[in-house]
Design a protein around this ligand. Structure first.
Ligand code: CDT
Length: 310
């Protein structure tokens, strides 16, 4: 008998800077309820789900900056989301800005957690591929300052055994990098969860920017197929504080086929029943890593950190 998991991408429409955590969490709980009523066992929320996408602004006041971060998860406000999910017996992925203190030093990460159907955190991931800049760019109409607001994640790409499968996590820009999927697939993942915030003018070059939606699909579908994984990818979408964020939240099979996709840029749930054995099928055939990969021949590439420039 095949193993299945009903998964949902819970896309969110825009979050204004003035929206309270309480209001956002009410929206998340409503999305959770809808996903549950449609049979979902696992819900994927976007990157930085609890606030507007603040790296578009250059802030310097530490108190103003700190207000966008969570110092505990769950905290007093997010506990309500954990309680609702536990009541509904539904697992979830949640992206948020994390402020951690280690040895008295503050560290800021773009983070996601994976929560099981009993409301317990079973995995944590800190975004590794941080796009954008660490200082404002005078020539760019839209700023993207993730390197100013976050350190690169220090937890690696891990795979968590839960909900009858093996799940990995990534965040936004990670989905464009083949290493993201391959590292987790080599660790046995069957499903990869990704939240994102992608403005439609993110490079400032119209030739690239006009392909933003195509590149979103291309990256996710290729990552799914080449690594024999289900990918559940969820956007924060719509017109947010002057920025147009793409939607296209989607559930992609290990075949690379899109099995469900959002049709709006608002709060919207898409659901699909994922046959987990489909991941095994591709891994036993075209992507049988043990039989067909040639790691010795990849050695030079793997050891090269810097770019090849010529
Ligand atoms: N949030 C995030 O990583 N967004 C990037 C676009 C911005 S690049 C300056 C992405 O890859 O979708």
């Amino acid at each position: 008998m095949s193993r299945t998991l009903v998964a949902a991408a819970a896309q969110m429409g825009p979050i204004a800077r003035s929206d309270t955590r309480k209001a956002v969490i009410e929206r998340l709980i409503a999305l959770l309820g809808e996903a549950s009523s449609r049979g979902a066992e696992l819900v994927v929320f976007p990157e930085l789900t609890l606030t507007t996408f603040f790296p578009r602004w250059h802030m310097t006041d530490p108190a103003e900056i700190d207000a966008f971060y969570e110092t505990e998860m769950p905290g007093p406000e997010t506990q309500k989301l954990f309680d609702a999910a536990k009541r509904l017996k539904i697992g979830f992925y949640l992206g948020y800005a994390e402020l951690a203190v280690a040895d008295g030093v503050k560290h800021r990460y773009n983070t996601s957690v994976l929560v099981d159907r009993d409301g317990k955190i079973v995995g944590k991931y800190r975004k590794i591929h941080l796009p954008g800049w660490d200082t404002p760019q005078p020539d760019m109409a839209s700023q993207h300052l993730e390197k100013y607001y976050f350190e690169p994640g220090n937890l690696g790409f891990n795979v968590f055994e839960t909900m009858g499968t093996r799940i990995g996590m990534a965040i936004c820009n990670d989905r464009r990098w083949p290493e993201t999927y391959r590292v987790m697939a080599l660790k046995g993942s069957e499903m990869i969860l990704v939240g994102y915030n992608t403005p439609d003018d993110h490079t400032g070059n119209f030739d690239f920017d006009s392909l933003t939606q195509f590149h979103n699909q291309l990256s996710i579908q290729a990552g799914a197929y080449q690594n024999s994984n289900w990918v559940i990818a969820t956007a924060k979408a719509g017109h947010e504080e002057g920025s147009n964020l793409i939607g296209q939240s989607m559930i992609v099979a290990p075949s690379g086929q899109i099995v469900a996709m959002a049709v709006s840029t608002a709060d919207e749930v898409v659901v699909a029943k994922c046959d987990l054995d489909m991941a095994k099928l591709y891994r036993k055939t075209i992507f049988d890593f043990a039989r067909h990969r040639e790691p010795e021949q990849y050695r030079l590439i793997v050891e090269t950190k810097g770019p090849v420039t010529d």
